[in-house]
Design a protein around this ligand. Structure first.
Ligand code: CA
Length: 222
């Protein structure tokens, strides 16, 4: 999952980036509102964490612009403790949730998980596809009830394919979801992870089909 973090407090931004990366999210950070609006046009973010007090363009303006241009990713706003009006305005402008500063990391992470679960998994905690079952909270994958041992990258790819099971996913979409500005994933790296993932699914009746030149498709085979 790729997240954009718009926060001008460098200490907070660096800390959040490190902690959320540790939890397996791909994080890009911007420190002003203009860059935030530019960034959402450049990459397909799964979620936006938006501080309201940003230089150049404040967070509410960013929100208005982002929603106005049709981006519908979940947005969590970061607000001041006394910022009731801002919270109400933010929610009215299309934010999905808010966290009041100062906050504890587990609270923010729980809200991120909840929004991503709603947006990507229709609020389901357990997603079953053929012999595979995926826990959207713990991100554990079981095959026939047994844990499937996957690398972080293999897991991320399977997660994307499961989200869109039955629909095609292009390699470019996978690259964009798994990259950050600091670490652009190579197309070759996707091929390697895809190859390993296929091998691990070999004994199941779930298959990753390649549509040459188009992308991949998760399918159940008889
Ligand atoms: Ca700020």
């Amino acid at each position: 999952m790729r997240i954009l973090l718009a926060e001008d407090d460098r200490f907070l931004a660096d800390g959040l980036k490190a902690a959320l990366s540790e939890s397996g999210y791909n994080i890009d950070t911007v420190n002003n509102g203009l860059d935030a609006t530019a960034a959402v046009k450049l990459a397909p973010y799964d979620l936006l964490i938006l501080d309201l007090g940003l230089p150049k363009m404040d967070g509410l303006e960013v929100l208005k612009t982002v929603r106005g241009s049709g981006h519908n990713m979940p947005v969590i706003i970061l607000t001041a403790r006394d910022g009731l009006d801002d919270r109400v305005l933010g929610l009215d402008l299309g934010a999905n949730d808010y966290v009041t500063k100062p906050f504890q990391l587990p609270e923010l992470e729980a809200r991120i998980r909840a929004l991503l679960r709603k947006d990507n998994w229709d609020n389901h905690t357990e997603v079953v596809y053929g012999q595979l079952s995926f826990n959207t909270l713990s991100r554990a994958v079981l095959m026939d009830g047994q844990p499937l041992d996957l690398s972080a990258r293999e897991l991320a790819i399977l997660e994307i394919l499961l989200q869109r099971s039955g629909r095609m996913v292009s390699k470019q979409q996978i690259v964009e979801r798994l990259s950050t500005w600091d670490t652009e994933l190579s197309s070759n790296a996707v091929d390697i992870a895809m190859h390993r993932l296929r091998k691990k699914l070999e004994t199941s009746k779930v298959e990753i089909k390649t549509l040459r030149g188009l992308g991949y498709l998760l399918e159940k085979i008889d």
